[in-house]
Design a protein around this ligand. Structure first.
Ligand SMILES: Nc1ncnc2c1ncn2[C@@H]1O[C@H](COP(=O)(O)OP(=O)(O)OP(=O)(O)O)[C@@H](O)[C@H]1O
Ligand SMILES: [Mg+2]
Length: 200
């Protein structure tokens, strides 16, 4: 197994599954959290992430295929996405990808799934296809407010990471969101939450 990345929450290894490249995501111990709580959180997030990755794929958002989830070891074995993070490849020539990102988020929200950690590091591009990953903070919700906060968190990281593509990039994300059956009320609520945060 080859360690390809050490994330904030996990170690990511490239390995093999039935002869194919695979990705093992192993949630690591955090020594600042008390042991029992840490064990519990890692197991819960692993199970949750596995479930949400499968669920999202069922309603048409591309995610890596899941080969196996080991709750006790806090590990998920999944399809290896041979591609790049959107963070590393998004530019003014392929800005249309923003629309596709918005559409995919609308599809998640439409189906009651809030990602919880939308960033361009958690979206990958393989060929022409977008893959969403890192659902460990995701949850089910039909609430306007939850979806609005999901968008706002994304907007904040997007602005910080891709300041050179602002404001167009974000406008295209919202355009895609609305084209893809995203609720106008969610976008409006996001602006409200944003204003509220500003005056606090
Ligand atoms: N299925 C996959 N195929 C290929 N690369 C992957 C896959 N899953 C994750 N990666 C790579 O590993 C990185 C970290 O994965 P992930 O976001 O799931 O873990 P994390 O612990 O939350 O990391 P971070 O703190 O960087 O967000 C991704 O940004 C991506 O580069
Ligand atoms: Mg991540």
């Amino acid at each position: 197994m080859q360690l390809i990345r050490q994330g904030a929450e996990a170690k990511l290894f490239k390995t093999k599954h039935s002869g194919k490249d695979a990705l093992l995501k192993q949630r690591i111990e955090k020594d600042y959290r008390c042991r029992e709580l840490d064990d519990k959180l890692r197991k819960e997030r692993t199970t949750l992430e596995g479930n949400l990755l499968v669920k999202a794929r069922k309603f048409g958002v591309s995610t890596p295929k899941i080969y196996g989830v080991d709750r006790e070891k806090s590990e998920i074995l999944m399809e290896f996405i041979e591609g790049s993070r959107i963070k590393d490849v998004l530019n003014d020539k392929n800005l249309n990808l923003c629309k596709e990102i918005g559409k995919a988020i609308a599809l998640m929200h439409e189906n009651g799934l809030v990602h919880g950690d939308l960033t361009t590091s958690n979206i990958m591009l393989q060929g022409k296809e977008l893959y969403f990953i890192d659902f460990g903070l995701g949850f089910h919700s039909r609430k306007l407010e939850d979806k609005a906060v999901d968008l706002l968190v994304f907007k904040k990281t997007f602005e910080a990471t891709h300041c050179n593509l602002m404001p167009k990039g974000w406008e295209m994300i919202i355009e895609g969101y609305l084209q893809g059956k995203g609720d106008r009320a969610v976008a409006a609520q996001m602006r409200k939450v944003e204003q509220r945060a500003r005056y606090h």
